[in-house]
Design a protein around this ligand. Structure first.
Ligand code: ZN
Length: 70
């Protein structure tokens, strides 16, 4: 584990910076916001889970996630 600066983007819902990647099952990782308990996409490694969290976008003003394929 590392302390200090995180590579994980702030929460898209509450703008909280207390986001961290957690292992929710064996080999299953996701980013979670400690402030509003939002969780990000699940992936097979901490790095991928972070990437997918950082890559997510929301429709402005709605809080709805834009789903991107491919
Ligand atoms: Zn949040």
């Amino acid at each position: 584990m590392t302390n200090g600066e995180s590579m994980i983007a702030p929460c898209p819902f509450c703008a909280g910076v207390r986001t961290e990647v957690v292992e929710i099952d064996v080999g299953k990782w996701m980013v979670e916001c400690r402030d509003c308990q939002t969780t990000g996409p699940i992936d097979n490694s901490p790095g991928l889970a972070e990437e997918r969290w950082n890559d997510r976008q929301l429709y402005p003003g709605t809080g709805r996630e834009i789903r991107r394929y491919g």
